[in-house]
Every structure is written in structure tokens, then in C-alpha cells.
Design a protein around this ligand. Structure first.
Ligand SMILES: [Zn+2]
Length: 98
């Protein structure tokens, strides 16, 4: 991860310096489904690690994910809790035997 810019805003929690990066992150939308957001703006405090993500239109994104899940539930990754941690399980049509 490379910090591409320092934002002018200070961290709301600790007042530290907030850096701006563009990252690919999982986004947990509706239900247990997960999508990958590419090159989203992430603001992260260099001191305490508090972060915020700029999702341009969350409501539209949730609608889009809901539509994707309705179209092909077998290929949309799912979020599952196992062994004390959350995991994103990629799914394919062939492995969807449940
Ligand atoms: Zn902070």
C-alpha cells in the first residue's frame, strides 16, 4: 500500500495525520454477499489506523449487488465465519454443490 496524498483533515479519533490511498477492498453489501471494490479512495490515520472508504453511491451499489446475487447466486462470493475469523469464499458454478 502506498500513501499517495496527505489529506488536510485530521483523524476524528486521535487528531493524527490522515493519508489517502487507492486500494482494492472487499465490500460487504447485502446479506452475506461480498463484492470487490477496485481503486476506491481510502482515508487512513497513520497514528491509530482509523479508516474511511469513499463509496460514491452506497445505495446504488447495494442495489447492484442485490441484482448480481439474484442473477447468479452461485458465482457471487460469500462471507462466512469460520475458525474465529471472517473469510471471503469465492464461489464458482461448479463448486456450488450445496
Ligand atoms: Zn487516528
Amino acid at each position: 500500500m502506498q500513501v499517495v496524498a496527505q489529506t488536510t483533515a485530521a483523524c476524528r479519533r486521535c487528531g493524527g495525520t490522515v493519508g489517502l490511498t487507492y486500494e482494492t477492498l472487499p465490500y460487504i453489501a447485502v446479506g452475506p454477499s461480498v463484492v470487490e471494490l477496485r481503486n476506491v479512495a481510502v482515508r487512513r490515520c497513520s497514528a491509530c489506523g482509523h479508516m474511511g472508504i469513499d463509496v460514491p453511491d452506497v445505495r446504488a451499489l447495494d442495489v447492484l449487488v442485490r441484482c448480481l446475487c439474484g442473477e447468479s447466486t452461485s458465482v457471487v462470493p460469500r462471507l462466512e465465519y469460520a475458525d474465529g475469523r471472517w473469510r471471503i469464499l469465492a464461489r464458482t458454478r461448479s463448486s456450488d454443490g450445496r
